[in-house]
Ligand binder design. Structure first.
Ligand SMILES: *Cc1c(COP(=O)(O)O)cnc(C)c1O
Length: 363
């Protein structure tokens, strides 16, 4: 049997009966978008994050676009983002009609506060902090550096991660979530959300979510269509109940990897003190990464790479490179995402571990 780095199907098969019931319920409703399930989901998110406002939207990318649009940025504004992130982070900035400034990361793989400090200028109107792989970024340092510039937290990979027991997603002005099928909280299709404690930004983002409509369906400002489907909201209402438990299972798997592979020339995820890593991905660093990857593939184990091409090396984003990229370049050559998901069995993980050990023995 093949072992993948992520396996959304395993969870959906486990929940098969409950999911079918959800589909049946939604089919017999008369409202398929932004209905009662969405309201319930928004309330679940508010509770989960202990935050005042939440909005279900169509995807994590849309969440970022809506968040940026709510800040009313002028055309020549700059938004600083890290080089190691999903393409979505950069696309959302470009689509918002402003200029991304892409900067290097630190050893955690997240935005480096020292570089950020040097790159902030009068043109900087927002900073997007990504908690990459679920590993919390150095948000306290970043907050010191940005002062009054709004922070958008991109929590697409870090739902459930925390710093000093405070959830990431509650440190910035606005936070964006994704429920793409491989994420820690996963829809069966696209889905996203925005959370904030700021009432005026919340009101504005709610308008932008749907054509700029007010309560009377009159457009009072330019908006998008980014509604969350009822079927996805209902699935998320079911799965959010298991999220914390699943994140603990991810941690258990991560700890086993670190214990079992500790004598090998492997660099494990570098976390900051007092952080909880939700292990959306378990990313090791290793020399001659592709050699190990190919070996694992030949044994039916399929790791992945997040990310092989950092943003500043993609043709679309090259010209927005804003700093030296020493760390991103090095990490993108060495990183490898090993299989990690709550349903990964002990015998599957043991196979991954033994295969890696064997690779080093025969090397
Ligand atoms: C997945 C992801 C997104 C985009 O989310 P979608 O729901 O796929 O649009 C944005 N940022 C990061 C860091 C992601 O991992």
């Amino acid at each position: 049997m093949k072992i993948f780095f992520a396996n959304p199907k395993a969870q959906n098969i486990l929940l098969n009966k409950k999911l079918k019931k959800i589909f049946n319920n939604v089919i017999s409703q008369n409202n398929y978008v932004l209905g009662n399930e969405n309201i319930k989901f928004e309330s679940n998110l508010k509770k989960y994050f202990n935050i005042k406002y939440a909005l279900g939207v169509n995807s994590g990318t849309d969440a970022l676009k809506i968040a940026l649009k709510s800040l009313n940025l002028k055309k020549n504004s700059e938004v600083i983002i890290p080089s190691l992130t999903a393409t979505a982070t950069g696309s959302a900035v470009l689509e918002s009609g402003v200029k991304p400034v892409i900067i290097d990361v630190d050893k955690t793989g997240n935005m480096d506060p020292a570089i950020l400090k040097k790159k902030i200028s009068t043109k900087t109107k927002a900073v997007i902090v990504v908690h990459l792989h679920g590993n919390p970024a150095n948000i306290y340092e970043i907050k010191k550096v940005v002062k009054s510039i709004p922070i958008i937290e991109d929590c697409a990979q870090s739902m459930g991660s925390s710093i000093n027991k405070k959830r990431v997603g509650t440190f910035g002005e606005i936070s964006c979530l994704s429920f793409y099928p491989t994420k820690n909280l996963a829809a069966i299709g696209d889905g996203g959300a925005i959370i904030t404690n700021n009432f005026s930004l919340f009101k504005k983002m709610k308008l932008i979510r749907q054509y700029g409509w007010d309560d009377k369906r009159v457009s009072v400002e330019q908006g998008y269509n980014s509604r969350l489907d009822e079927v996805q909201a209902a699935i998320l209402n079911l799965k959010i109940k298991f999220l914390n438990q699943n994140n603990l299972l991810r941690n258990k798997i991560a700890k086993k990897y670190m214990k079992s592979l500790k004598n090998l020339p492997i660099v494990f995820p570098q976390t900051l003190k007092n952080t909880f890593h939700a292990y959306h991905l378990f990313v090791i660093q290793i020399k001659q990464r592709d050699k190990l990857m190919n070996y694992l593939k030949s044994k039916k184990i399929f790791p992945s790479i997040h990310y092989r091409v950092p943003l500043h090396k993609m043709p679309t984003f090259k010209k927005y490179k804003g700093s030296n990229m020493k760390q991103s370049n090095e990490m993108s050559n060495k990183m490898l995402s090993l299989p990690i998901y709550p349903e990964l069995t002990l015998s599957q993980q043991t196979k991954v571990i033994n295969t890696i050990k064997k690779y080093f023995k025969t090397k």
